[in-house]
Design a protein around this ligand. Structure first.
Ligand SMILES: O=c1ccn([C@@H]2O[C@H](COP(=O)(O)OP(=O)(O)O[C@H]3O[C@H](CO)[C@H](O)[C@H](O)[C@H]3O)[C@@H](O)[C@H]2O)c(=O)[nH]1
Length: 342
């Protein structure tokens, strides 16, 4: 794996986010020749430049919607991690065409530019919200996946391997529920809980970086990878967060399910799971290589595997409060919080 990174030129689209900066540090530590950060916001780029301070880190202002800017950063690149996206459920709900432009059309720009430039491998980041999508963010990510797969199918003889990774909620990510609960506990406000029985997959940022690297080193073009992950109810998560914060007595305010929100998430649909290869810690769903012959879709059966049960946050390994606490205590942010208290 390292040998593929050593001396490589890597582009990370949407590279100033928490995924991008963690991945960039890891690539630099593994001996990448150059890591190109492609994003829209010069202030975030400046902050990252100061925080990491490595001359091999190069910054490109641009937008995945703008083909020219994408072509410019990708020229001369060996590997691409495509993380740029509109990810917030409400903003995509209000502005779905913006999600189409960035998440679907922008991804197509990245993929075409990568093939044209002879990039070795492109990994596109997707989300559990793309499975049985109910909101515009998930729908646009589902279509990004389909776009990636159709471009992979049409370019199987090219030098470029295209793959997709899907992961669920990243614990303690910006704007997510764990920092919100911590802030509510710190300020003595009631904890706002949507539905204590709702479940979510739990994954750390380090694990999401591992999944993307796994896809990069293992993929045949058109593969989709999912990392198996435990889940918990929001009720158990809340109790776990309170315990690591050292708060035993707190008020809970049940606010109800938010717009566009599911009771549980799925990482694999039932059809995908039936066709998935179980690789221990990961599932690999290979490309459906059917040609442009429409007949098998409409008239003939193909003896495919019968649909299995979907892989969801309701039926994966379920952590109780002790399990949630053990997982939380592996996060650097929680370790810093606990160190500050002792
Ligand atoms: O005040 C709150 C906020 C959230 N939750 C619950 O906590 C869980 C996690 O909520 P997050 O907001 O952390 O994560 P979401 O699954 O809702 O989705 C988040 O991650 C997505 C990426 O997958 C998008 O970025 C999205 O906009 C962002 O909210 C959910 O069950 C939610 O109902 C609460 O109980 N109380």
């Amino acid at each position: 794996m390292s040998s593929q990174i050593t001396d490589a030129v890597v582009t990370i689209t949407g590279g100033t986010g928490s995924f991008g900066s963690t991945m960039a540090k890891s690539l630099l530590a593994e001996g990448a020749a150059e890591v190109r950060i492609f994003s829209r916001d010069e202030a975030k780029q400046d902050a990252m430049r100061h925080a990491i301070g490595d001359p091999r880190l190069r910054f490109y202002i641009g937008d995945v919607r703008n083909e020219k800017s994408v072509q410019q950063v990708i020229r001369g690149t060996d590997l691409v991690f495509h993380a740029a996206a509109l990810k917030q459920v409400p903003s995509c709900e209000f502005f779905p065409l913006e999600a189409v432009a960035t998440n679907i059309q922008g991804s197509a720009n990245v993929l075409h530019a990568s093939i044209d430039a002879g990039v070795r491998s492109v990994v596109c980041l997707s989300t559990d919200k793309a499975v049985y999508p109910i909101n515009a963010m998930g729908m646009s990510k589902a279509l990004m996946e389909k776009t990636a797969m159709s471009i992979a199918r049409a370019n199987q003889d090219s030098d470029t391997t295209i793959s997709v990774t899907r992961y669920g909620n990243v614990m303690h990510s910006r704007g997510s529920v764990i920092p919100l609960f911590l802030e509510q506990l710190r300020s003595g406000r009631p904890l706002t809980v949507t539905d204590p029985n709702m479940t979510r997959f739990l994954m750390s940022l380090a694990e999401s970086v591992d999944l993307v690297k796994y896809a990069f080193s293992e993929a045949t073009t058109g593969d989709l990878f999912v990392r198996k992950a435990p889940a918990s109810t929001v009720g158990a998560l809340l109790s776990g967060v309170a315990r690591v914060a050292g708060v035993s007595d707190h008020e809970v305010n049940v606010i109800g399910v938010r717009h566009g929100e599911k009771l549980y998430e799925s990482l694999l649909s039932s059809e995908e799971r039936a066709n998935a290869e179980d690789r221990g810690g990961y599932f690999r769903v290979p490309l459906d290589t059917r040609s442009l012959d429409y007949t098998p879709y409409f008239e003939a059966g193909e003896g495919e595997n019968a649909p299995d049960e979907a892989y969801t946050s309701h039926n994966t390994e379920r952590l109780d409060v002790d399990g949630v606490v053990a997982l939380l205590e592996t996060l650097p942010e929680i370790q810093a919080l606990q160190a500050g208290r002792s």
